[in-house]
Design a protein around this ligand. Sequence first.
Ligand code: UDP
Length: 237
Amino acid sequence: MEKLDLVYEGKAKKLFSCEDGDLLIAEFKDDLTAGNAAKKGFQEGKGALNCKISNQILKLLEEYGINTHLVKILDDTHQLIKKVNIIPIEVVVRNVATGSLTKRLGISDGKVLPFALVEFYYKNDDLNDPLLNDEHCIMLDLVKSESDLEELKRLAREINSILKRFFASKNLTLVDFKVEFGTDKDGNILLADEISPDSCRFWDSKTNEKLDKDVFRQDLGSVKVAYEEVLNRILKG
Ligand code: UDP
């Protein structure tokens, strides 16, 4: 399947049309951004690492019955995906407090949360992705009904329990992550976008070393080395 027209370019991916009108080709870029693109960087090979990591995770989730947009892996940086209407809600799940949660609520960094916390953020760069409650989501027409919100929460928790267990077996703590969902032409909700060290926080289970985009956000070392470590652990049996 060949790339035709560029239909969307985001911070970390480009989407191209292809000969099948129900599908798109996603290309993972080497660009890095943080803080709503306030900080910008570039790491050669980052796109391929994220594409490979995301492919492994989406395939794992499919095995557990989670429907995703992934159709086929094309090469190191390209995926064939189902075209969906992205629901403009960033669904964040947290197992350990860090990042914006600690700043907003004064919870100490590294505190293990008593249950998986699901949060919604408005996917809107102009507004800096503000936190939303359920009523905001309905009022802004971001979903059709309250039952769609419940479905997003259910899927987010299920994805978390699958991934938390999987990463624990690789000596990685899944601290938190962000997922996005979309609806296909039949109205089904599919897991879309990527799940990678750009969108998750992974800490080494023993040392708490950060192996995710915080390496870039906080200038902690080589992004490539950290992301390669995540991929190697995923691929190790
Ligand atoms: N996240 C993301 N995209 C965003 C915001 C957050 O992928 O636009 C991820 C982030 O990598 C982390 C989780 O969501 O795994 C929670 O992020 P947080 O709210 O703590 O935001 P931050 O500290 O990055 O501002």
